[in-house]
Design a protein around this ligand. Structure first.
Ligand code: MF3
Ligand code: CO
Length: 262
């Protein structure tokens, strides 16, 4: 399947899917505290998604057993929620969730601190988010896909961080994963030309140390090779002739002025 351009009707449905997922993230982030298990987070996430009449898209996707990927500290993505994995003060936790609303997908991730976290951890979270917004500066019809990738990487690498290469963003719509693949690292090729009506999930995964990652024996959890911290920030976006529309931005992010970051 090639890259799809969404119709006005489909864009309306993508907006709805995005808005609901933003609410799920807003609510989830508020609940994170020391002493809760990663499975508690997944249960809460699934309940929230279903409370809006939507379906969690990750559950059973290629055998993934949960609705929310919960990845702690050196875990990059796809951590499997567990009853005996208890969050403690100072941890950072990446929450990645996706849902299907009226046949259309949204996908978004945030990394949040558990209680008080180190300055180093907070900087990694903030700069990972900023790398996404640096990418957004190029996410306009007429530009090329890898302009986004190069902007993300150039920003993150300024701090000596490792930009994960094994996992990438993706087109999104009727399917969770559509074309194109969206790298977060530098590319020499320009990539496809961006067109209004494309919907994309852009998701930088940034490590405090090396960019190299490993897979745990559960076949899902990705960790940093040097066990350094990792953060993730993902939104589902709509390409337009002007600034991209960020479909999964939360109310508090909008209130904080994130629309002006790109
Ligand atoms: N945001 C991730 C992705 O695009 C999450 C997928 S996890 C899975 O691909 F469990 F659904 F595979
Ligand atoms: Co994704």
């Amino acid at each position: 399947m090639s890259v799809t351009i969404k119709s006005a009707h489909e864009i309306g449905l993508m907006r709805e899917a995005g808005r609901i997922l933003a609410k799920v993230h807003e609510n989830l982030a508020k609940e994170i505290r020391p002493g809760m298990s990663t499975l508690d987070i997944d249960k809460l996430g699934e309940e929230l998604i279903r409370s809006y009449g939507c379906t969690p898209s990750f559950k059973n996707y290629c055998g993934y057993p949960a609705s929310v990927c919960v990845s702690v500290n050196e875990e990059v993505v796809h951590g499997i929620p567990k009853a005996d994995r208890i969050l403690k003060e100072g941890d950072i936790v990446s929450l990645d969730a996706g849902l299907i609303c009226k046949g259309y997908h949204s996908d978004a991730a945030r990394t949040v601190g558990v209680g008080e976290i180190s300055e180093e951890a907070q900087l990694l979270i903030d700069r990972t988010r900023m790398s996404f917004f640096e990418g957004m500066k190029k996410a306009t019809a007429g530009n090329h896909l890898h302009d986004i990738s190069n902007n993300i990487a150039a920003y993150a690498e300024k701090f000596g961080y490792g930009v994960v290469r094994e996992l990438v963003g993706h087109g999104i719509g009727k399917q969770l994963h559509e074309e194109p693949e969206i790298p977060n690292f530098r590319k020499l090729s320009r990539g496809i030309k961006l067109r209004a009506g494309m919907t994309l999930a852009v998701e930088p995964m940034i490590n405090a140390g090396t960019h190299e990652v490993l897979w745990l024996d559960d076949d899902w959890t990705v960790i940093t090779e040097d066990l350094s911290l990792s953060a993730h920030y993902e939104n589902t976006i709509l390409i337009t002739e002007g600034k991209p529309e960020l479909l999964t931005l939360t109310e508090s992010e909008i209130a904080a002025g994130y629309m002006d970051l790109y």
